[in-house]
Design a protein around this ligand. Sequence first.
Ligand SMILES: *[C@@H]1O[C@H](CO)[C@@H](O)[C@H](O)[C@H]1NC(C)=O
Ligand SMILES: *[C@@H]1O[C@H](CO)[C@@H](O)[C@H](O)[C@H]1NC(C)=O
Ligand SMILES: *[C@@H]1O[C@H](CO)[C@@H](O)[C@H](O)[C@H]1NC(C)=O
Ligand SMILES: *[C@@H]1O[C@H](CO)[C@@H](O)[C@H](O)[C@H]1NC(C)=O
Ligand SMILES: *[C@@H]1O[C@H](CO)[C@@H](O)[C@H](O)[C@H]1NC(C)=O
Ligand SMILES: *[C@@H]1O[C@H](CO)[C@@H](O)[C@H](O)[C@H]1NC(C)=O
Ligand SMILES: *[C@@H]1O[C@H](CO)[C@@H](O)[C@H](O)[C@H]1NC(C)=O
Ligand SMILES: *[C@@H]1O[C@H](CO)[C@@H](O)[C@H](O)[C@H]1NC(C)=O
Ligand SMILES: *[C@@H]1O[C@H](CO)[C@@H](O)[C@H](O)[C@H]1NC(C)=O
Ligand SMILES: *[C@@H]1O[C@H](CO)[C@@H](O)[C@H](O)[C@H]1NC(C)=O
Ligand SMILES: *[C@@H]1O[C@H](CO)[C@@H](O)[C@H](O)[C@H]1NC(C)=O
Ligand SMILES: *[C@@H]1O[C@H](CO)[C@@H](O)[C@H](O)[C@H]1NC(C)=O
Length: 788
Amino acid sequence: MKLYNLLWWCLVYASLIHATHSGGHSYYKQAKAKLQSISKSYTRNTIYTLDNIDGNLYIPQFNNETKNYDQNISSELNPTPIELTSEVVPLLEQAISLNHTRAMVMLADLYLFGNYSMPTNYTRAKELYHQAVSLSANGHAYFMLGFIYSTGLFGEFEVNQKKANLYYQFGVENGDLNSLSVMAWRHNRGVDVPPNSTVGLEWLNEQQGQRGVNYDIRISDFNGGLYGDKMSETPSSIEVQSRVYSDLKSQLEEYSVNTNDQEFMAYYFQGLEGLKGDYFTPRNYTWAFEQFSECVQLGVDLYEHKNTHMSSVVRMFLSSCQARLAKMYLFGTGVPQNVTKAKELYDESLKVQSNAEALNDLGVIAERGLLGPANETEAVNYYVKAVKSKSHEAYRNLSLLLLKMSGGTPHSSEFRKDIFTNMKEAAYSGDIEALFHYGNYLQSGLSKYAEPDSEVTCPGTIQYYKIFIERLTQFFAPHLKYAFEELISGNFKNALVGYSIAAEQGFEPAQISAAYLLYQLQPLYSPSEAKTFNRDRVNLAIRYLERASKQGNDDATVLLGDLFSGSYTHPPNIPSPIDLDHERAFKFYRIASDRHSSHGAYKLGEMYEYGVGPSINNSIDYFMAKRYYDSSLQYKERFDLEKRATVSKSDFAGSGGYSKAHISLALLRLRIKYVFNKSAFKGNHESEGGWLNAFRKVKKNSNVASKEPVSKVDAHAEGKTYVNEQGVENYVEDYDIGDYLVISLTCMFFIIFFVQNIIRSIRRMRNNRQGNEDEDDDKRMEWQPVEF
Ligand SMILES: *[C@@H]1O[C@H](CO)[C@@H](O)[C@H](O)[C@H]1NC(C)=O
Ligand SMILES: *[C@@H]1O[C@H](CO)[C@@H](O)[C@H](O)[C@H]1NC(C)=O
Ligand SMILES: *[C@@H]1O[C@H](CO)[C@@H](O)[C@H](O)[C@H]1NC(C)=O
Ligand SMILES: *[C@@H]1O[C@H](CO)[C@@H](O)[C@H](O)[C@H]1NC(C)=O
Ligand SMILES: *[C@@H]1O[C@H](CO)[C@@H](O)[C@H](O)[C@H]1NC(C)=O
Ligand SMILES: *[C@@H]1O[C@H](CO)[C@@H](O)[C@H](O)[C@H]1NC(C)=O
Ligand SMILES: *[C@@H]1O[C@H](CO)[C@@H](O)[C@H](O)[C@H]1NC(C)=O
Ligand SMILES: *[C@@H]1O[C@H](CO)[C@@H](O)[C@H](O)[C@H]1NC(C)=O
Ligand SMILES: *[C@@H]1O[C@H](CO)[C@@H](O)[C@H](O)[C@H]1NC(C)=O
Ligand SMILES: *[C@@H]1O[C@H](CO)[C@@H](O)[C@H](O)[C@H]1NC(C)=O
Ligand SMILES: *[C@@H]1O[C@H](CO)[C@@H](O)[C@H](O)[C@H]1NC(C)=O
Ligand SMILES: *[C@@H]1O[C@H](CO)[C@@H](O)[C@H](O)[C@H]1NC(C)=O
């Protein structure tokens, strides 16, 4: 009887649970289906395109009351679909009332991210995440809670780093990848414990090595860089593939005027554009397939497989087109897979011209046995041939195949040296996957056979994993694409969420982007529309800038110095949201200067020249000022040379570079001060034998090291040979004397000019009196200033 009762209760209970659960679940499933249909019909209108974003990205004022940026274009441009609010949300709410946790997380996401133009409600989102994790563990919800507590959602809630750490930790324990990278960054600044890269590798293999567009960019680069147009020292993070291709195409076209050549070239580059896509145009495999097919067909039409009549340019592009088309057949991208067809095309391509890609892929066919039985010997032969043409894929494939043939135990293998060197070659030629394997090889100590002398350090090994992860932002920072899409739709609030998630995960460009959305004084402002800033948001911006600075971003470092020294000026009527701190400013300038930033050294020189800040006891030190101005000039010269050396990279805004006039001016100013205030220069350094001598000594002792490369580069650029250390010293002396000569010459020039002017005007006045009495009044005005 008792047993029967118990069983009965059990049944009732089980069915109850089932009822509530399945009830909730059916609502959830309906909501999900509805969302899917919305996602199919949802089209996004944008305010920015590739043509108008250049130098034009304007972040509006953030409104304290509406908790949004002051613009309402985005809600008009992309209205919320009615089904979303009238059907999806009620369905989810019903599921939630039956304690369905996945529904809670989904609705919370909608409220936080504002998918499909959903109006955001951060309060509700936070409640829902909390409710979800109170019922059952959920990695993503924990991660989002960690994010909410870490950022306070930009002034919406209290920041609480302890809670943030706790929730991120829960996220890690529940297998959330995003939490993992945040925690890795928090503990070790992302260096010592990278997230499990294996999963990234699996993802990359699923994409067939195509990682797509990299959205890990600094949005300030659209406006010429964080530090301002033409002033920034950090290279632009923005690279528009289609522009790179069109630049390349026009460069090549200059060399060959043959129309046939140009036709093949055009098809090839258009095909590549389709394969890669860029920020504004998604990849289009259909388009790519069409272009490569046209290219191949043109080859058949013009030459009917008689290869002898082709020009060398046609050969190059035709065989590349054939290999690309073959690859699309081989992997079934944009066309149903057909390995037979692929093989035919590869053979054709090799007949036109030997090319690494075709050889490598034939190796793949042989290795995987895609046509007939697998044949490792044949595969190795193909890879070796491809390696001779420097195919980074072939280096990697060869290394991996040799590893496989050694049964996965490289240390006892006869190929151990080849396994290592080939992978190293692949990693160094920019193969992303190879970075991962190379890191593994180093960790397992494989390098000792190939390079017995080189020392393997743990941080060195980790670096490869770190770069690997940074290259795979599409996988490790999945919110960056969303952030960019929201940005170009003018929805800056949502963009900020996306960028700051990636910023929390330690991606440096995202940190800059988030900081820029939070705090930016754009160069072009009129005082009437000067922006005001909320302290909470500015503090968060500073936090992100500091992190970016730690990762080596010089512009961020100098900007931080400017923020704390007050030279990042607000319009006078607006109080600065930052408490000035000259000591911190000094520290940042110092860091930048140590990293050979010209701006950093210049600002440091200014602090010494005017005696600003407790770090230098608020005392003027012209000696140090001169030293830093000189360094600034050197760094600037080197920077310009390096920039000229990399012109081929297609730049967005701000490719012009800035002039070094301000540094020369500061040096001149110092000289003049020296003339009028010699005592100030002697001061502390008198014992060392006067300012100039002391200065030379410092040059000799500490600056030779940093001067040498500059002179080397200089000499190289001018086609001269580099003179030794003695030469450097001479250079320093000449330099000082030369400067004084310039000053005195300038002075003389002005004096002569001035005297001549006076004489001339006196003469003319005499003429005037003698001759035309009714000379124009305004003409007489012209002489007046010199008259006295
Ligand atoms: C939208 O912008 C216009 C003009 O900028 C302003 O008058 C209006 O109040 C704004 N609407 C909302 C809902 O913010
Ligand atoms: C949902 O969960 C809460 C807290 O665990 C509980 O009090 C409530 O009764 C549950 N509701 C339903 C419909 O099961
Ligand atoms: C909303 O967008 C975010 C960011 O892309 C994404 O992670 C999330 O899954 C989306 N949510 C829904 C319900 O589509
Ligand atoms: C956001 O949600 C909270 C409750 O979670 C509600 O009180 C508030 O009215 C909502 N805000 C908006 C703008 O709908
Ligand atoms: C990384 O992930 C892979 C596959 O998911 C797993 O086999 C491996 O054990 C993981 N490694 C670590 C260190 O967690
Ligand atoms: C891709 O290219 C094809 C062929 O040119 C075109 O019809 C199609 O609209 C394109 N798709 C997209 C999404 O642009
Ligand atoms: C694959 O290509 C070959 C050669 O071009 C052709 O004969 C065959 O019909 C194709 N197979 C399929 C499934 O389309
Ligand atoms: C070899 O290279 C190709 C092309 O990059 C790649 O898709 C493939 O996965 C590599 N490895 C093997 C074992 O095929
Ligand atoms: C594999 O290829 C090599 C050379 O390409 C050939 O000599 C050998 O017979 C092939 N082996 C098999 C099992 O087909
Ligand atoms: C924003 O609003 C808060 C409270 O409403 C206020 O304390 C703060 O000063 C405001 N900030 C700005 C920049 O207007
Ligand atoms: C600043 O003053 C303190 C105490 O007078 C002194 O110890 C220190 O060396 C000075 N620092 C500089 C940079 O002159
Ligand atoms: C000369 O330099 C000292 C600082 O070393 C400064 O205090 C003084 O005002 C300067 N005198 C003139 C005339 O500029």
